[in-house]
Write a protein that binds this ligand. Structure first.
Ligand code: ZN
Length: 300
């Protein structure tokens, strides 16, 4: 048996997979205090022991195995989670399990790269637009990693001339996360995006910021494909607005695939993260078979 956890800022998804990598049981937990969440995870995997467990954890998180703080949450604004040694605690509680750590956005990127929009491609950029904004760049099957994982949500942007807001990020004015993540909508209008309707000006603003970010990622990384996930992307019409603005700002500067293939929502819908977390721990043969099956399904 294998296990996978997609650990986000609002909820944790736990999965149990059989030896063929097929998910047979799942459980969702709200992201309460780390102690409460840990107790429930430990109990789940004590009831259903697994040989290996892939963990996609929200960040920022220390990913350098040589660092003594490996697996600690870093500067997260989330109550009780800052500097919490989540990986260590879980690892100690499940000593028989090989625990493999990645970020939540890296596992979502891996899921799409291997089983979704990235099938048959060399690289894929995954951007999640939800409570926060984070991105991963998967190149030849591996997430890009420098000093630590990228923080694509904190690039600086040109404000929209009609938007007087300067962002929710405590670190930067006019950064992508501060200007375009879900909380920026509430901060501007004291209302949730879904209550504002698809013709509200806020979508024009968000599309303006997301398109600028995609232009930057495109020229810096030249990904084969860009996948836009996260709750905010469920807003009707937003994807099309982002593509229109991208076209206008990029101005055909470089050759790209057709825009409808280049910028898409996740092929795996809300399963990118949990699928990617599982891929972290499957043995090579099982992983290859899953990818082969996904290709066959798609007719590649
Ligand atoms: Zn920022």
């Amino acid at each position: 048996m294998y296990g996978a956890i997609e650990a986000g800022g609002t909820k944790f998804n736990l999965a149990l997979a059989n030896d063929q990598g097929k998910i047979i049981k799942e459980k969702t937990l709200p992201t309460k205090s780390p102690q409460e969440v840990l107790a429930q995870i430990i109990s789940f995997y004590q009831d259903h022991p697994v040989k290996a467990l892939g963990l996609g954890l929200f960040g920022p998180v220390e990913l350098d195995p040589k660092n003594k703080n490996f697996g600690h949450l870093l500067n997260t604004p989330k109550e009780g989670w800052r500097n919490y040694p989540f990986y260590q605690e879980l690892n100690q509680a499940l000593p028989q399990t090989n625990l493999v750590l990645e970020t939540d956005v890296n596992v979502a990127g891996l899921g799409e790269y291997y089983l979704g929009n990235g099938l048959g491609k060399k690289s894929l950029l995954y951007l999640t637009v939800g409570t926060g904004i984070g991105g991963s760049y998967i190149y030849k099957g591996h997430p890009l990693q420098g000093l630590s994982h990228p923080e694509m949500g904190h690039i600086l942007l040109r404000p929209h001339p009609k938007d007087s807001f300067s962002g929710t990020c405590p670190y930067h004015d006019y950064c992508l996360e501060g200007m375009a993540a879900g909380p920026s909508i509430y901060a501007r209008y004291q209302e949730l995006g879904q209550n504002l309707g698809p013709h509200h000006e806020v979508w024009t603003f968000l599309a303006h910021y997301l398109a600028q970010a995609l232009v930057s990622y495109t020229v810096i990384l030249r990904p084969d494909q860009i996948t836009l996930g996260g709750g905010v992307m469920h807003s009707p019409g937003l994807l099309d607005k982002v593509k229109e603005n991208f076209q206008a700002y990029f101005h055909d500067y470089l050759p790209l695939p057709p825009l409808d293939d280049y910028i898409k929502t996740p092929k795996l819908k809300d399963r990118s993260g949990i699928s990617g977390a599982l891929l972290l721990v499957l043995d090579e043969k099982t992983k290859k078979q899953l990818i082969l099956d996904a290709n066959l399904e798609r007719g590649n």
